[in-house]
Design a protein around this ligand. Structure first.
Ligand SMILES: Cc1cc2nc3c(=O)[nH]c(=O)nc-3n(C[C@H](O)[C@H](O)[C@H](O)COP(=O)(O)OP(=O)(O)OC[C@H]3O[C@@H](n4cnc5c(N)ncnc54)[C@H](O)[C@@H]3O)c2cc1C
Length: 488
């Protein structure tokens, strides 16, 4: 088959767009093929009656001066095309007995606030946070280690050795006792309870959050569209509404892709931004892969899915003292997970309420606001018949932070796990790709490289992690791997 492209990227999620545009900048002939009608995957928006709603993502980390995402936009020379609004408000957390506002950017302020609200834990909180800081420092140092440091690994990286199998719960239980404090410190985008979250992942989330979070002015779609501008600037191409149905393999190496239309396109490299299940079982075919690798792929666990309410309201959310990001936490995160894992909706859910129109007034007509409520949800559930009932219950729970919300809804739209799966083909609508357990984080996570020559992975089913900065980094790793392979 004639090689028409150097690289074909399957999927225009943030991972795929990052990898494709970086390789196009290096002069490679790149084609990104996306089955959906818009680029972005989970990073898309839609318009309704003068409101702009983000389908899933609501804020992005690493967009400040020197931040990882900002550097990517600078490298692609597209930083002038986008405005990142810093989210200055603290995260508002509603617990059963109190409401806490936690500063994110200011780490000493974060520590001080926790000590103020939990005076009985005042000596333990700094000890707990110090361990997280030490772990995060060693992880960051490991990104560019010297030979000597690696040689003396156990001495240079004692915390990485000591806590490599630890979950968040292990450290929480060692240092702290208050259940509400433990719940606050477990509040992270994972869909996992503390007994399953990798301590390394949580160390990064808790201590690196002070880089601040940002909102791309105009909506999340603008973020994805700007990356597409980067791709096109370097003559990369994007095909929308086109499903890849086959990765063509010859002599244990890729030679092209087959589209659902029957067309075949030749290429030297394929970068897959889709799920492990789809990439290996459907597109490559397990017969082309070593049994050991397929066994490993089969054993990977994906995150839970989500139930999302997109709401437009005439309530003045600013005067209600709402933050951009607000969480309402149940008293028992382990119990919530147990119900979800058994395909039930728990009585009390973890709610994340985002209010983007507090920082970007272009998203809603004057005097009106949009907000979204995201809760973890099981895939196997009677969504057809029960989604309205679940929505009512979630709104009732949200009224703990937004009184009278139910009587001030102008527009409401519901996304269930089936919606997430339908639009992005994520496995069972998984919100965050692979779970971030100790067994699936760091070097234990599936790598960009695969046993098939010329086939690489990007996105939240590979290293380093989920979330926009995580998958953008995976795009950089995959681009580096392709460039490295061309040189060797
Ligand atoms: C409700 C929700 C809220 C979130 N909030 C945030 C947040 O606020 N901040 C944050 O940083 N992260 C957030 N995340 C996580 C973040 O969205 C994801 O981790 C990240 O966007 C995943 O990017 P990705 O590159 O892996 O690809 P995806 O977004 O999964 O996109 C993959 C793309 O590949 C396409 N595709 C799949 N198969 C094929 C095929 N065969 N042929 C062609 N195209 C194909 C799909 O259509 C899709 O467009 C949230 C996720 C969810 C679900």
């Amino acid at each position: 088959m004639k090689e028409e492209y150097d690289v074909i990227v399957i999927g225009a999620g943030i991972g795929g767009l990052t990898c494709g545009s970086l390789l196009a900048k290096e002069g490679l002939k790149v084609l990104i093929v996306e089955q959906g009608s818009k680029p972005g995957g989970y990073a898309t928006s839609y318009k309704k009656d003068g409101f702009v709603f983000d389908s899933c993502i609501h804020f992005v980390g690493g967009c400040g001066e020197g931040g990882m995402v900002r550097r990517l936009f600078t490298k692609l020379e597209i930083e002038e095309e986008i405005e990142f609004i810093e989210i200055a408000s603290p995260v508002g957390i509603t617990l059963n007995t109190r409401r806490v506002f936690l500063p994110i950017k200011d780490f000493p302020g974060f520590k001080k606030t926790l000590r103020k609200f939990f005076p009985e834990e005042t000596t333990q909180i700094p000890k707990y946070l110090q361990i997280l800081q030490k772990i995060a420092k060693e992880i960051l140092d490991l990104a560019s280690p010297s030979f000597l440091k690696l040689l003396f690994f156990p001495i240079t990286y004692p915390h990485l050795v000591r806590y490599r199998k630890s979950t968040l719960k292990d450290l929480l239980d060692k240092y702290l006792t208050d259940p509400e404090l433990k719940n606050i410190l477990s509040c992270a985008p994972t869909t996992l309870p503390p007994s399953r979250i990798s301590l390394f992942f949580m160390a990064m989330v808790t201590t690196q959050g002070h880089e601040a979070f940002y909102y791309p002015k105009g909506g999340i779609q603008h973020f994805s569209d700007t990356l597409v501008k980067g791709l096109r600037k370097y003559k990369g191409e994007l095909l929308l509404d086109t499903l890849v149905s086959k990765i063509l393999v010859e002599k244990k190496g890729v030679c092209g892709v087959g589209l659902a239309s029957g067309r075949r396109i030749g290429t030297k490299y394929v970068v897959s931004n889709t799920t492990l299940e789809q990439t290996f079982n459907k597109l490559v075919g397990s017969e082309n892969l070593p049994d050991k690798y397929m066994r490993r792929i089969k054993n990977q666990k994906v995150s839970l899915s989500g139930f999302i309410l997109h709401i437009a309201t005439d309530l003045d959310l600013k005067s209600l003292g709402l933050s951009f990001t607000n969480a309402i936490l149940p008293s028992d995160l382990e119990k919530e997970f147990e119900a979800l894992n058994n395909n039930q909706m728990p009585d009390e859910s973890s709610l994340i309420i985002s209010v983007p129109s507090l920082v970007d007034t272009t998203l809603a007509p004057q005097g009106k606001y949009i907000l979204s409520i995201v809760v973890p949800a099981p895939y196997s559930y009677d969504w057809q018949n029960k989604k309205e009932e679940v929505a009512r219950r979630i709104i009732k729970q949200a009224e703990k932070a937004i009184p009278n919300l139910s009587t001030h809804i102008i527009y409401q739209d519901i996304s269930t796990p089936l919606t997430l799966e339908k639009y992005t083909l994520n496995t069972k609508g998984a919100m965050y790709g692979l779970q971030v357990t100790p067994e699936q984080f760091g070097i234990n996570r599936i790598s960009q490289k695969t046993p098939i020559k010329g086939l690489y992975l990007v996105g939240h089913y590979t290293r380093p992690a989920h979330g926009v900065p995580g998958v953008a980094m995976s795009g950089q790793f995959a681009a580096q791997a392709v460039l490295h392979s061309r040189e060797s």
